[in-house]
Design a binder for this molecule. Structure first.
Ligand code: RET
Length: 275
């Protein structure tokens, strides 16, 4: 069982493109981590768990991408005679990503419920259902991708089952967001709509990356796939986390949390005298 990545040889620019995409992913997640740590004190305690979950996602995703970039570098070695990178000591796989999603997706979903201010019993039941759907989606997708070089029929069937879970999960996410938007402070509701569309866009890039073996079984297909993964990762985790933090900040300010009011300029700054 292997991924299409291991089937090809790469020109130096194709090899470097993938290497750089993976390193960029590492950098973006660790940079965002610093931002979330530094800004968490402006968020009211009621919403601060959402920021803490962003930190967990950043460490988890940054670490896995660091591993992927190391794996890429050991999986292919440069042959100076032919001027290409050929399969080397290790076998490249995207499987680690799927395993990582078992942790990161639940964190991303719970963050959303927290900034929607869904609490108590409702939080438990919504989170429970969303996590089970997400795990169903990931496990079936993981099984499917094991067959991508050997049996496209299996890739299709498992991918289709995974998509059913995906649709169920999106349905719950969409209904929760649009039901709650009218109850949110106006400063946060516009951003919440954008979060919904960001999720629809970024999360759909993952099934596209899964489907690359159907339409691009080649070294350039691999570059396309890793580019899709990188755009999906940075937008579904780092940019999403920034928007969640923005919403948490606006909600904190609207509820009278002073540090948030200062950041959002709802309070006059101390020491500045109005003339
Ligand atoms: C799979 C298999 C093919 C069908 C579908 C999939 C969906 C994957 C998604 C992944 C989202 C990942 C995120 C990670 C954050 O850390 C499993 C590729 C629908 C939606 C948001």
């Amino acid at each position: 069982m292997t991924n299409i990545e291991s089937l090809f040889i790469y020109t130096p620019s194709q090899y470097e493109a993938v290497d750089h995409l993976l390193s960029m992913g590492v950098g973006a997640h660790f940079a965002a981590l610093i931002f979330f740590i530094l800004t968490s004190r402006f968020i009211a305690p009621r919403y601060r768990t959402a920021t803490a979950l962003s930190c967990i996602v950043m460490v988890s995703a940054g670490t896995i991408l660091y591993g992927q970039s190391g794996l890429w570098e050991t999986a292919f070695t440069f042959n100076p005679d032919t001027n290409v990178y050929e399969p080397g000591a290790a076998t490249f796989t995207n499987g680690f990503r799927y395993v990582n999603w078992m942790v990161t997706i639940p964190c991303l979903l719970i963050q959303l419920l927290l900034v929607l201010d869904i609490r108590g019993q409702q939080l438990f039941s919504d989170a429970g259902r969303l996590i089970l759907l997400a795990w169903g989606m990931i496990i079936t997708g993981y099984i499917g991708q094991l067959y991508e070089t050997t049996d496209l029929m299996q890739l299709t069937v498992w991918g289709a089952i995974s998509t059913i879970f995906f649709i169920g999960m999106n349905w719950i996410v969409g209904t929760r967001i649009f039901r709650t938007i009218p109850l949110m402070p106006p400063t946060a509701s516009g951003a919440m709509k954008k979060v919904f569309w960001l999720m629809m866009f970024a999360w759909t890039l993952y099934p596209l990356a899964y489907a690359v073996p159907y339409f691009a079984q080649s070294a350039s297909g691999v570059v396309i796939r890793q580019a899709l993964f990188t755009v999906a990762d940075v937008s579904s985790k780092a940019v999403y986390g920034l928007m969640i933090t923005y919403i948490a900040l606006q909600r904190s300010a609207a509820e009278g949390f002073e540090p948030a009011m200062q950041v959002t300029s709802m309070l006059p700054q101390k020491g500045i005298v109005a003339s």
